[in-house]
Design a protein around this ligand. Structure first.
Ligand code: SF4
Length: 280
């Protein structure tokens, strides 16, 4: 049994919280930087150029990419041959977030009770998902999810016979309703199948998958490309000021579902799709 102490988890989560807010992953940065050439509208080009400059400044001067430094979402895969020692794991993750947001001068955006709305002043708690897997490693993906885009996400419980045509329709409807609010160009995560909550989690996970990675399921690969093309015909454009770059990527994750249903969740992320992966 491999022993991992929660002190190491706290330190790592602290570093990841800061880094995620200062620098985007290579795939996301590449998509944003490459988009200016393809954008046809002058205003759209200007917005993309400002976004690129913003990314440069943030990573060089170590300041957040956006003032909304997000709610932290953690996906943790824990090898079943690992024994975690120290304080409680959830407590350790939240301590790492607490330290990271303090040390990195990151805005604290979390309210402890959704109705009373008093700020917890340390950006905790995060939203944590655990998976137990084979092996003796721990994989951590941490995302700092902004709510301008989170608020525009949707879930649909489609009929089992609705199929691809209806899936496309609801994704496009969601992006159209979102308009300029999620700070386009956006990234779109789609979760298809499972149950109500499984589809939502899949859509969030889809946003964390490398946008340069190869989708092994050919039909889904085609669907991702077709949806991306159709979104970019909507004309919303960078910053919502018009243009052909509304989305920079669509990732779809699927899971088996019940014969009576077809859940489809659409999680929208702004261009600041901040996530970071580490193995412990
Ligand atoms: S949606 Fe994204 S870019 Fe817009 S304010 Fe929120 S975090 Fe920042």
């Amino acid at each position: 049994m491999r022993i991992v102490h929660t002190d190491d988890i706290i330190k790592l989560i602290c570093e990841m919280s800061i880094e995620a807010n200062y620098k985007l992953s290579n795939d996301i940065e590449k998509k944003i930087k490459g988009s200016e050439k393809q954008e046809k509208s002058t205003r759209g080009k200007e917005v993309l150029s400002i976004l690129c400059e913003n990314l440069e400044v943030a990573s060089k001067e170590l300041i957040p990419i956006c003032q909304d430094t997000g709610m932290v979402v953690v996906f943790m895969k824990i090898g079943q041959e690992v024994s975690i020692q120290g304080i409680g794991l959830g407590e350790a993750i939240n301590e790492g977030i607490r330290q990271g947001y303090e040390k990195g001068y990151l805005r604290k955006s979390i309210v402890g009770d959704p109705l009373i709305r008093k700020n917890t002043n340390d950006n905790t708690p995060g939203v944590i998902h655990y998976d137990i897997v084979e092996g003796s490693k721990i994989e951590i993906i941490l995302s700092a999810k902004g709510f301008g885009s989170e608020n525009t996400s949707r879930i649909y419980m489609l009929n089992p016979t609705d199929g691809v045509k209806e899936i496309k329709r609801v994704v496009l409807e969601t992006v159209k309703m979102a308009g300029p609010n999620p700070c386009p160009p956006i990234f779109v995560g789609v979760g298809i199948g499972g149950t109500f909550e499984k589809a939502a989690i899949l859509s969030k996970k889809a946003l964390m998958r490398d946008f340069d990675s190869i989708q092994e399921n050919k039909e889904i690969d085609i669907l991702e490309q077709e949806i991306l093309e159709e979104i970019n015909k909507l004309g919303i454009g960078p910053g919502g000021l018009g243009g052909n770059t509304t989305a920079l990527g669509v990732n779809i994750e699927v899971y088996p579902t019940h014969i009576a249903g077809l859940p489809v969740a659409i999680n929208i992320c702004c261009h600041a799709n901040r996530h970071i992966k580490r193995i412990l």
